[in-house]
Design a protein around this ligand. Structure first.
Ligand SMILES: NC(=O)c1ccc[n+]([C@@H]2O[C@H](COP(=O)([O-])OP(=O)(O)OC[C@H]3O[C@@H](n4cnc5c(N)ncnc54)[C@H](O)[C@@H]3O)[C@@H](O)[C@H]2O)c1
Length: 265
């Protein structure tokens, strides 16, 4: 089958699909023929973006991934109404940047509730059903911050590291049932999350972008060897590959899409 319709007939659930990387994942999967359930706290953006496209194969539904009961209910309802889920992609995430000394209990709990708890809730509900049927693919969008220490990002980075290890452990548990679980770890990607980080730091966007590209010795950041920031579609293409049959022998893998920023050290 040609790569352009390689996901035809598959049903995918995407979280955090309202904007940024999640929205790009929705487009990447739908362009390859999948039916997609695009979920987010706020679905207005993705609804507008897919209106009149993809022959109506994209449906939007509100979902808070921190709500375990709501996740179970939505996955059960989707399977009843749309059919068996073949693909689940965890994209929903939040970033509360702060030095540890100033990090509040609420920042810590909220970060883990979305970035780790949400991944657990969705992956548990999806993998249970996929394993029973003997096939399926799950991808968690983590972060390259999970693999390298970053100042002001302790809660975020550790929540993402937990999500990566959770996804690998799940991958091991369900491998014999034909379900593959992988992570994609982006570096700096031009989305509202990235722009929000610059705004929170009170930085001029152009200077902040330059510092991301060129590095910042005081912040122990090496810059991006490939010399550009990721576009959300760069991350979405990696996700689309990992959920496709071209990746049929890949599981428990962590695919960095960061232009070399962490030197893969
Ligand atoms: N942008 C980057 O530079 C970057 C780098 C590495 C990793 N990531 C990760 O990629 C993912 C997407 O990032 P982005 O830049 O597109 O972020 P974004 O902030 O632009 O979008 C995140 C989306 O997640 C949704 N969301 C937040 N909490 C939710 C919840 N409880 N339930 C459901 N949805 C929720 C938001 O509504 C939003 O639509 C995140 O997991 C992020 O941590 C981003």
């Amino acid at each position: 089958m040609s790569a352009d319709q390689e996901l035809a007939g598959r049903l995918a659930l995407v979280t955090g699909a309202g904007r940024g990387i999640g929205e790009a994942v929705v487009h990447a999967l739908a362009e390859r023929g999948a039916r997609v359930l695009a979920t987010d706290l706020d679905t207005a953006g993705v609804e507008a973006a897919v209106a009149g496209r993809y022959d109506g194969r994209v449906t939007a539904r509100r979902l808070d991934v921190t709500d375990a009961a709501a996740v179970e209910e939505l996955v059960a309802d989707v399977e009843d109404t749309l059919g068996p889920l073949d693909i689940a992609v965890n994209v929903a995430g939040i970033l509360r940047g702060s030095p540890v000394a100033e990090l509040t209990d609420e920042d810590w709990a909220a970060t883990f509730a979305v970035n780790t708890g949400g991944v657990f809730h969705v992956s548990r509900a999806a993998s249970r059903r996929m394993a029973g049927r003997g096939s399926g693919a799950i991808v968690t969008v983590a972060s390259n911050a999970a693999g390298i220490p970053r100042t002001n990002m302790a809660a975020y980075a550790s929540s993402k590291a937990a999500a990566v290890m959770f996804t690998k452990c799940l991958g091991l548990e369900v491998a014999s049932s034909g379900v593959r679980c992988n992570t994609v770890s982006p570096g700096s990607t031009l989305t509202d999350m990235q722009r929000g980080m610059w705004a929170d730091a009170g930085a001029d966007p152009e200077a902040a972008a330059r510092s991301v590209l060129e590095g910042d010795l005081a912040g122990y950041r090496t810059g991006i060897p490939l010399g550009r920031m990721a576009d959300p579609s760069d991350v979405a293409d990696a996700v689309a590959f990992l959920v496709s049959d071209r990746a049929r022998h890949i599981t428990m893998h962590d695919l960095y899409v960061d232009g070399g920023a962490t030197l893969r050290a």
